[in-house]
Write a protein that binds this ligand. Structure first.
Ligand SMILES: Nc1nc2c(ncn2[C@@H]2O[C@H](COP(=O)(O)O[C@H]3[C@@H](O)[C@H](n4cnc5c(=O)[nH]c(N)nc54)O[C@@H]3COP(=O)(O)O)[C@@H](O)[C@H]2O)c(=O)[nH]1
Length: 786
């Protein structure tokens, strides 16, 4: 678009619209065209009139000759000659009259002749009159000089013809002049037309430009977007909004602000690029987003729509600028929200696949990796090794050092495992202290053994946790694809059996899965079912092992020990089924039965004349649930009628330390019920003096391993002596278990051990046997007393 300079132009107000102007110009041109047509029509009519006169004059020539001819030959008396002669003379007269004064002749309407022509016609009329007189005489049979008249007619005819031709010639000359004149008029009219058209076009164009400029200005002034025209990187025009957007005064912006003043440095290249593309004509328009700088230096987001135009013959850029800060802010917020969502999804996915404590793969991811490794091994004919690790003494460490230290230890173990294996291997934590390593692409079983031994070695090094050296031992089970299972579930089940076997073999070992393990497992499963049935079928029974009071030298109590009278396998000891009962949770039911039966039996004996007898009952770690144990103990005592102080609950040091903090309130409440509490297997766990003080215990039961050291050459009983002294110092009764010889009994008596228990005192025995023993003892004492 070409236009005049926009900056100085004033808006046009109250004027006709460009559309009206164009309409007016169009009407003017139409009127001109109509005038031209009328003019042409007049000229054609004029020319036609001349032609008609010439045609009539031509007839005159022909009629004069015809009359002369008919006059000359009338003597031959052709029929109708008189009539024809009269008609020809009448036609001649009418034509001459029409030519001379205007009127009709031969169907033509003739105009009045010019003066010159009229003069010639007058001459012709005189000649015609003379000619007519001679014709009358020549054709009158009575006339005397008819022959002389005929002779004059023949002589006058050429003169008449000549005069008529003179008229025609004059007419032709006048017609030519008239045509010349008409042409000149036509040219003049055409020139006027063109002039008028040019004027109209120029007028209309100027109006249109002014109207366009006015429209542009009105639009720009009221626009809610910034509008600019830039020439040579300077603003030639900015609208109020543009100035407002950038924080300038409008005049100031046009006067002293350059295009690049509102473009941050980093966007200079971009702006220059778009400007050049437009100005070079490479593109007609551009649209892009960028940052812009306000007068105060702050940045905001804009969108530019630009194109090119010609202004006063120069190429300039024209553009529209939109403040898109808000949109961008929303977009950025949406982007951030999306990114946060993605991060959250990634985190969720990570959490779903990783162990929170160690960052290792969890069971979920392990399953995926193992399935993938199996699929790859199936294709390339390799093996996959699954190594299951279980930290042997983690529970004890966790209980004694606390959970925070336990967590730290697990994290350290995880790190060591990760470092010991290849990148392609997967180390996963299944929970607790169980870790699994999946090794894809294993060529030989020995490769898995090598890794397992390396791990045993690495993990045998002490970890320093909270300033203390901590030793862990791990048992490792190994199963191999495809030898030990074709799918993930089978491999995991079998590696579990292998690990179980490694633990049984003495811990700190590794064990491959074998088919026998599976059969052992099946046996275990069978036993589980049988254990369920055993309770219902009454296959459990209690044996009682006596406890000897060293002061009085009498059996004053007993320990209830569970036995399973198996229908096929005979008497089964607790060591063979209690771990399984603990694993399956059946121990709760079985333990309740033991407590009920032991109390019932003790009360029976008391009622049967064996008073003062106390009964010790073993509790598993899983039974130490406050909500279940307390009501059970209360109920059993109420049911049996046994005095609480006659019941002693034996809890192993390991079980109590599993959650020592939880154990304290439970023990306090049990103590409040009135029962006695004994710490079993003392010396095998990790109880601290601090806890020993906090537990409301009545007695410590020294583990048989310490008793066996008496006179064994090892320590010579120094540890047990210290244990007894310590217990006594804490006002606790001391019971030594596993007393198998008189020497041991003697030693323990000599060191003030309160009670002795062991094969030397009495093996675990059926109720009837213990009753007999107690009765015999009572009889012996009664005898001694009397
Ligand atoms: N939670 C429960 N645990 C129970 C229950 N009944 C028994 N047990 C625990 O089972 C473990 C094995 O018990 P058992 O086979 O009965 O062995 C006991 C004794 O026979 C054995 N003992 C006793 N004196 C000697 C000895 O001089 N030498 C020797 N080698 N063994 C001996 O010790 C077992 C009793 O130990 P303790 O409980 O520490 O006093 C065993 O851990 C039982 O606790 C039950 O009902 N619930």
């Amino acid at each position: 678009m070409a236009t005049t300079a926009i900056p100085g132009a004033e808006p046009v107000k109250g004027r006709a619209t460009p559309g009206a102007k164009v309409g007016a110009a169009y009407l003017l041109v139409c009127a001109l065209a109509a005038g031209n047509l009328l003019l042409a029509h007049g000229m054609v009519r004029e020319q036609n009139g001349v032609a008609e006169s010439v045609s009539v004059a031509g007839r005159l020539r022909m009629l004069s000759q015809k009359i002369a001819f008919e006059t000359a030959y009338h003597r031959l008396a052709p029929p109708g000659w008189r009539e024809r002669l009269r008609q020809s003379r009448a036609d001649y007269q009418a034509s001459l009259d029409a030519l001379s004064g205007g009127g009709s002749a031969f169907g033509h309407r003739l105009r009045r002749p010019s003066a010159a022509l009229a003069e010639r016609l007058a001459g012709l009329r005189v000649e015609w009159r003379l000619f007519g007189a001679d014709v009358d005489l020549a054709t009158d049979p009575a006339a005397a000089d008819a022959a002389g008249a005929l002779h004059r007619v023949a002589a006058r005819a050429p003169a008449l013809l000549e005069r008529a031709e003179g008229v025609v010639a004059r007419m032709a000359a006048e017609a030519g002049a008239s045509q010349e004149r008409a042409l000149r008029q036509m040219y003049a009219v055409l020139a006027a037309d063109m002039l008028l058209l040019a004027l109209a076009w120029r007028l209309t164009r100027r109006k249109l430009v002014r109207a366009a400029e006015s429209t542009f200005r009105s639009l720009a002034d009221n626009s809610v977007v910034g509008v600019y025209i830039a020439e040579d990187a300077r603003f030639r025009f900015v609208n109020p909004k543009m100035a407002e957007l950038f924080g300038y005064d409008r005049a100031e912006m046009m006067r002293s602000v350059g295009v690049f003043d509102i473009v941050p440095e980093e966007a200079h290249g971009l702006v220059l690029h778009h400007m050049r593309r437009r100005l070079s004509g490479e593109v007609s328009e551009v649209s892009y987003e960028r940052q812009a700088r306000r007068k105060d230096g702050t940045l905001f987001d804009i969108e530019v729509f630009g194109s090119r135009m010609a202004l006063d013959g120069k190429a300039v850029t024209i553009g529209v600028i939109l403040d898109v800060s808000e949109r961008k802010r929303v977009e950025r917020a949406a982007l951030r929200a999306e990114e946060a969502n993605r991060a959250y999804a990634r985190q969720l996915e990570y959490n779903a696949n990783h162990d929170a404590l160690t960052g290792l793969a969890n069971r979920n991811l392990l399953g995926d990796r193992l399935r993938g490794a199996i699929a790859a091994a199936r294709r390339n004919g390799k093996m996959v090794a699954v190594l299951l690790h279980d930290l042997d003494n983690f529970k004890v460490i966790n209980d004694s050092l606390g959970h925070a230290a336990g967590d730290l230890l697990l994290a350290n173990v995880a790190r060591c495992m990760n470092e010991a294996v290849r990148e392609s291997d997967t180390v996963a934590r299944l929970g607790g202290d169980e870790f699994v390593i999946v090794m894809p692409d294993v060529a030989r079983p020995e490769d898995a053994v090598a890794v397992a031994e390396k791990l045993l070695q690495v993990l045998s090094q002490p970890f320093v946790i909270e300033g203390q050296k901590v030793y862990v031992r791990t048992s490792i089970g190994i199963s191999l694809y495809p030898r030990d299972g074709a799918d993930e579930q089978t491999l995991m089940k079998n590696v579990d059996l292998a690990m179980y076997r490694a633990k049984q073999q003495g811990r700190g070992r590794l064990s491959f899965y074998t088919e026998e393990m599976n059969s052992a497992n099946r046996a275990r499963q069978r036993m589980e079912v049988e254990l369920h049935n055993a309770l219902e079928r009454g296959e459990f029974l209690l044996h009682y092992q006596p406890k000897l009071d060293t002061r009085g030298g009498r059996v004053t109590g007993a320990e209830a020990l569970l036995r399973w009278q198996h229908p096929r396998r005979g008497m089964v000891g607790p060591a063979d089924f209690i771990p399984l009962a603990e694993e399956t949770g059946l121990i709760t039911l079985i333990g309740a039965w033991v407590l009920r039966e032991a109390c019932r039996q003790t009360r029976c004996w008391q009622l049967a004349g064996l008073p003062g007898l106390s009964m010790a009952v073993n509790l598993s770690a899983c039974q130490l649930q406050r909500d279940e144990l307390l009501p059970l103990v209360r109920e059993v005592l109420r049911e049996s009628g046994l005095a609480p102080e006659c019941l002693e609950l034996e809890i192993t040091e390991t079980a109590i330390m599993r959650d020592a903090e939880e154990a304290v309130p439970l023990l306090v409440e049990l103590k409040a019920v009135g029962v006695r509490l004994s710490l079993d297997d003392f010396g095998t766990g990790y109880s601290s003096l601090n806890y020993l003080r906090r537990f409301p215990l009545d007695s410590l039961k020294i583990d048989r391993t310490f008793v066996s050291e008496i006179h064994s050459g090892m320590n010579e009983g120094t540890i047990i002596t210290a244990m007894i002294a310590m217990a006594r110092g804490m006002k606790l009764r001391v019971i030594a278990e596993g007393v198998e010889s008189e020497e041991q009994a003697e030693f323990l008596r000599a060191h003030d051990c309160h009670e002795l228990q062991g094969y030397h005192i009495g093996r675990p025995m059926p109720a009837a046997a213990l009753e007999a023993l107690l009765r015999a003892q009572r009889a012996a004492f009664e005898l001694t007393a009397s």
